[in-house]
Design a protein. Structure first.
Length: 446
């Protein structure tokens, strides 16, 4: 869903109250005035009840309170700005909330978590938040919201002669080699790459670590794939990008693609690579075409990879945190697991403990220090943390230097139709396992 479609100027106000309850009451007053089926009292209770179980504070002075109710519409979004600041229990120290995005969602809205995650991702952009909080009036704030939510547009790529020649050559190579797509690594350019800088008759896939919402004016890229990478090496994102494209159905195992990129932030294309997908992933496929387990949604796998990569990059106190995620076939996986600690996710609503929920990020990162694995359903619901995997496989050989966490990941991927992802505590490397076969998604940091 395009977020600007649910933004209405009439539901953007300057907040007078400095308490969270008071601010929510003000936002509810403008949200329900035109809808007879919405009552402010139960909505307020639902919003405050959610705050009591999981904070909706996102940082940067932004909060995203939300609730699901029975109503005819899919979404009602109300936005409040406070120049003084609203007190919020989820904020650190004396930090105050200056922007509240209150989302009311209908129970039948199937893309609820995706919409929530998209809003959260957008308002974590410091430049956008600064533009909104500093807007001289609400009309300007509304215009900046539409511009910001319509598309976070990266800067124009340097249009020097070498870059133009490299992309023209990529098109020729793609045609001559029978490639079905050109994959462009946008992080080559500071701030990313503007899509209208690259026009091609061949399907073009943009890979970037920056969040970009597609806009009607920028359709040169058929698909945008967000893949985090901490490496300065050429094409460091390549394998993860191909994996995501495969799970989304953007490309198939029979495809061949041409990749063009360069050193991150160098502003210069310097590398062309032709990748035969089946050959690249041959060991992982082991004669089968279903890389993604049947019950695992592509967006769930993408989110788990993103969280795992963030743990490898950011870790805790500057060091990578070793952890294991097992995704899919939860009924069978549970037969080979037992709890090491009391399950911290027990008793919470499924949507509150879904990995797609943007408020789960910090929760997962905090519990990553617990020994054991995260067990995650194919729909993204986190069933448990701190689970011991007991799927012993004495015949499966792993490369030397890999420990018990990698052995458990390999074993459970053989016993069940699941994917396991490991973050190494010693090297920070992120590795995926499917049917016992390992696929390094990032290289070792040390």
């Amino acid at each position: 869903m395009r977020l600007e479609k649910i933004i209405a100027r009439s539901r953007i106000i300057e907040l007078r109250s400095t308490s969270l309850r008071g601010a929510l009451e003000e936002l509810l007053a403008i949200s329900v005035e035109k809808f007879s089926d919405l009552k402010p009292e139960p909505l307020l209770r639902g919003l405050l009840a959610r705050e009591s179980t999981m904070t909706t504070y996102l940082g940067l002075g932004v909060s995203l309170p939300h609730v699901r109710v029975k109503m005819n519409r899919r979404y009602v979004l109300a936005i409040g700005r406070s120049r003084v600041g609203v007190k919020h229990d989820g904020a650190k120290d004396d930090e105050r909330v200056h922007l509240l995005f209150m989302l009311i969602a209908g129970e039948k809205a199937r893309d609820y978590l995706q919409v929530l995650a998209t809003i959260a991702r957008q308002v974590r952009e410091p430049d956008l938040v600064e533009n909104l909080t500093s807007a001289p009036d609400l009309d300007t704030l509304y215009d900046r919201l539409i511009g910001g939510f319509g598309s976070i547009r990266p800067v124009q790529a340097q249009q020097n002669r070498t870059n133009r020649l490299m992309f023209l050559e990529a098109q020729r190579v793609a045609k001559g080699a029978g490639c079905s797509a050109i994959m462009v690594f946008g992080d080559t350019f500071v701030g990313g790459i503007q899509s209208d800088a690259l026009r091609s008759k061949t399907k073009t896939i943009l890979v970037t670590r920056n969040p970009i919402e597609p806009s009607d004016d920028h359709r040169e890229f058929n698909v945008t794939i967000q893949v985090r990478s901490f490496s300065s090496q050429r094409m460091a994102q390549l394998r993860s990008a191909i994996l995501v494209a495969l799970t989304r159905g953007v490309i198939t195992f029979n495809d061949r693609i041409c990749c063009v990129g360069g050193v991150a932030a160098s502003n210069q294309f310097d590398t062309l690579t032709v990748v035969d997908i089946e050959r690249e992933f041959q060991t992982l496929l082991t004669g089968q075409q279903d890389l993604l387990p049947e019950d695992v949604k592509p967006e769930v796998l993408e989110r788990v990879i993103a969280v795992a990569t963030e743990l490898a990059v950011e870790g805790r106190e500057g060091k990578p945190v070793g952890c294991l995620f097992v995704v899919g076939d939860i009924a069978r996986v549970s037969k080979f697991a037992k709890p090491l600690v009391l399950n911290p996710f027990y008793g919470y609503k499924e949507e509150d403990r879904n990995i797609l929920n943007p408020f789960m990020d910090e929760t997962v990162k905090e519990f990553s220090s617990i020994d054991g694995a995260f067990l995650i359903g194919g729909d993204g619901v986190v069933e448990s943390a701190g689970s011991l995997i007991q799927a012993v496989d004495t015949e499966h050989a792993l490369p030397s230097g890999l420990g018990s966490r990698h052995a458990a990941a390999a074993a459970i991927s053989l016993k069940a139709q699941c994917i396991s992802i490991v973050v190494s505590s010693s090297s920070g490397q992120v590795t995926l396992f499917r049917r016992g076969v390992m696929l390094p998604l990032t290289e070792s940091r040390y």
